[in-house]
Write a protein that binds this ligand. Sequence first.
Ligand SMILES: [Zn+2]
Length: 202
Amino acid sequence: MPLTADDLITIQAAIAEGGKIWENVLLTNVKRKIKTHYLGVTTEQCCYCKRDMRDEFMMVIDIEHVLPKSQFPDYMFELFNLSVSCKRCNMLIKGDSTEFLFDRATVSLQPRDTEQYRLIHPNLDDYFENIEYIVQIKNNKKSIKYLQLKPKGVYTYSFFRLDKLEVNTLNNAQGIEIANTELSSDIPMDLIIESTVLLNQL
Ligand SMILES: [Zn+2]
């Protein structure tokens, strides 16, 4: 993480000023550095829904505090607790919630322990071991699917309402075609997905 000694001094100065520390203008450059760093870590995907944030204006990309900064201010600048997310996942859904913690009272004892978190932690867990994110786009048809591979994948899918982001106009188009002709060599999307899961388990 490219935070320099000067950055740490800046952070200390912002903390010393108190108030809404995260909003302090002193931190503008530090926050830009953090955001750029985690966009690299996440390959410019939201850390929770994996939607592509490449070429988005920096304003619509949030620095995500896994342990909310409002409730766990000690971890506001701890790198294990930071990532980048879209506003839908960060502001609209997660907000200040802590229900994704197994035990809010004890997480401070082991905040870097993956077992403290029900959701896929952006830094402590491997997202794609828990959820496989499959996007296919052809012309104006697309299929977006989240395969829930493990319990944290199931929780993350439910918590962030990832079903709302799934679409399957590719499959619908195939379905109509199959229904009309009753003859099609196209492989249904569900079969492709099932095959993918099986292949991954080999
Ligand atoms: Zn998101």
